[in-house]
Design a protein. Structure first.
Length: 62
């Protein structure tokens, strides 16, 4: 049987229009960054979501 993809995300430019960040924890809510991080092979191709602050709450949904 052939596999079926039900959800696919490349995290390319425009990801913010496809995802909604939670506001549940208000001021304690951390921010996401679109970055390749510290370790990558290709800075553009390896971008994804990264949490930006320690000891914060994070929530996001597509």
């Amino acid at each position: 049987a052939e596999p079926t993809t039900y959800f696919r995300e490349e995290f390319d430019a425009g990801w913010e229009s496809r995802w909604v960040e939670s506001t549940y924890k208000g001021a304690e809510q951390g921010k996401f960054a679109w970055t390749a991080g510290k370790f990558y092979n290709d800075a553009e191709k390896d971008k994804g979501l990264q949490t930006t602050q320690d000891a914060r709450f994070y929530g996001i949904s597509a």
